[in-house]
Design a protein around this ligand. Structure first.
Ligand code: VG1
Ligand code: CO
Length: 553
């Protein structure tokens, strides 16, 4: 056995290593400052029961600094005494693939390097997430323990060893630790084979009148999409566009929405566009679904998938239940109602679905922010969502638009939009939320404010959403201020927990429309009154000087 020298490095704690909605995210240069990454990784290791003898999974979305960060984590994992570390080749693992690997190899957990849909590069964003043994994002109790450990950290341990050749699959030994560099796609592909009807989907993809375009946005899903859609399922070469993962995502925002997936949107919104279009984000957990000249909102997408789940082999026996994050539209609730399923409403962030999935209370869940998933892993999964749509299309042989319109006819349509106000100062963001909390706490004032805005529909209730986990009874407070109206409409406000500078205010507006004759209207026009009301209630202009959102989804 080689003798390994383990160095103990004295360090000062950083006060800002508090994970947000999805891990710790900072500017890349900030992460690169001496000891910053090391401190956070040591804080993670210090909160684990016993790394000694256990296995750790490591991978990332390939963004700038991914490779260097992985070498540091490997050296620290060796020093911590892990008996095995599993790393994706080239340092790649999409977020859902990391979840799959953690579960399949029963690791103690995994470190995923990503800032998701945020741009990458030396002047952009980097991030570190820890996933637990169930494959899911660390629950709040664990992220708080990591944060507490980071605040009192005095030293970290790192092995003096040569870098591992992460570009070549195989086993490497460092001291007592075996480092296994694995194909980042293979295990995930095997899982997909178990869930979906590959033969039917392959037939669909090879139909001459069926055209499909998947935009990987120069991010991690390129390698998964090419292996799955083009190689395993026989879609024509070129089906996957922007399919090579780049450290700076080609200079773009790898965020699959109508604003950022420009190339795909351009191809889809024309009379001879592809039948199905889809895109995924930086780390592969988000998805956007488009039909020819048709946009499927994420809230509708999860509802359609749930309503059609029994067409998919993995869900043929039906669903245990479903869940959505609080700001996600109630389209899923309508499906649950009709099918007699339980529907849970959780705070924003995938970590809140983990307990429900582990306890077998739900099978499918989703968020309005382009996140959809099931109990096959413990993360949202962009490619999985596209496979669901492919499987449903293969069975129903209808267009995407026809499927969604038939869905609205059966369950009603919920008009839904999210307006983001990016780049507010932290003070502005805090002032708006403070005002909204006070308003929601006083029904008299809230009712008066609604009347003052000239809104005709009565306010039914207002609150700051608090969630009690039905499995472990843990309580999460201040998860978004909501105003609920007598006609089922809602206005919800919260601050983003994934940004790296200033504050982003998100305003979510929804109104259910049961009347079939009104299912073909423009969303922004249909919701205009509520959008105006949302601005009024929040004192947005007075408190931030803003009148128009930066991004509308
Ligand atoms: C956003 C989304 C949230 C999602 C989170 C992580 O969080 O709103 O629904 O779970 O990003 O997604 P926030 O706090 O900025 O609203 V990802 O793809 O960044 O891991
Ligand atoms: Co993501």
């Amino acid at each position: 056995m080689d003798e390994m020298t383990i160095q103990t490095i004295r360090t000062q704690p950083f006060s800002d290593q508090k994970p947000g909605t999805s891990g710790l995210r900072k500017k890349t240069r900030y992460f690169q400052q001496p000891h910053y990454l090391e401190n956070f990784v040591q804080a993670i290791f210090n909160t684990l029961e016993s790394p000694v003898g256990a296995t750790l999974a490591v991978g990332g979305d390939g963004r700038y600094f991914n490779r260097e960060a992985i070498q540091i984590i490997l050296k620290m994992a060796v020093a911590a005494g892990f008996s095995e570390v599993i790393v994706g080749q080239y340092g790649f693992l999409s977020t859902p693939a990391a979840s799959c690997v953690i579960r399949k190899y029963r690791t103690l957990g995994g470190i995923v390097l990503s800032a998701s849909h945020n741009p990458g590069g030396p002047d952009e964003d980097f991030g570190v997430k820890f996933n637990a043994a169930n494959g899911g994002p660390a629950p709040e109790g664990l992220t708080e323990a990591i944060y507490a450990a980071s605040r009192s950290l005095e030293q970290y341990r790192i092995a003096e060893m040569a870098d591992v050749d992460i570009d070549t699959c195989g086993d490497y030994r460092r001291g007592e630790t075996r480092i296994r560099v694995i194909d980042p796609v293979e295990d995930y592909l095997e899982l997909m084979r178990k869930l979906f009807d590959f033969e039917k989907i392959a037939n669909l993809l090879q139909q001459p009148d069926f055209t499909f375009c998947f935009d990987a946005m120069h991010a991690i899903t390129g390698i998964y999409a090419k292996a799955l859609f083009e190689q395993a399922l026989g879609a024509p070469a070129g089906t996957v566009i922007n399919g090579t993962p780049l450290p700076d995502f080609g200079g773009g925002h790898p965020d699959p929405n109508l604003a950022h997936a420009e190339e795909l949107v351009h191809r889809m919104f024309r009379a001879d566009g592809p039948v199905l279009g889809a895109a995924s984000d930086g780390d592969g957990d988000r998805n956007m679904i488009l039909g020819r000249e048709f946009y499927v909102t994420p809230s509708d997408s999860v509802a359609v998938i749930a309503a059609n789940a029994t067409l998919i082999p993995a869900y043929r026996k039906g669903l245990a239940g479903v869940a959505r994050s609080m700001p996600t539209s109630c389209a899923l609730d309508a499906v649950a109602n009709k099918l007699g399923l339980a529907c849970y409403e959780t705070p924003t962030g995938w970590k809140f679905f983990g307990n429900l999935l582990d306890a077998g209370k739900i099978t499918i869940c989703g968020e309005e922010s382009f996140g959809t998933g099931s109990d096959h892993v413990r993360e949202k999964d962009g490619i999985w969502a596209v496979m669901c749509w492919l499987n449903i299309l293969a069975e129903r042989q209808q267009s995407v638009a026809d499927i969604v319109k038939a869905h609205w006819a059966a369950y009603g349509r919920s008009y839904y939009t999210r307006h983001d106000y990016e780049g507010l100062s932290n003070e502005q963001g805090a002032a708006i939320m403070l005002h909204l909390r006070a308003l929601a706490a006083s029904s008299e004032q809230a009712i008066a404010a609604v009347a003052e805005a000239g809104h005709a529909i009565a306010l039914a209730s207002a609150d700051d959403f608090a969630y009690t986990d039905p499995v472990d009874a843990s309580v999460s407070r201040q998860q978004g201020v909501r105003f609920l109206f007598a006609d089922g409409a809602r206005v919800v406000y919260r601050l983003s927990g994934t940004g790296t500078v200033g504050a982003t205010l998100r305003i979510y507006v929804e109104k259910p429309e049961p009347n079939l004759a009104r299912h073909d209207e423009d969303t922004q026009t249909y919701l205009a009154d509520l959008i105006r009301l949302a601005g009024h209630l929040s004192h947005l202009e007075a408190l931030s000087g803003r009148t128009e959102p930066t991004v509308i989804t």
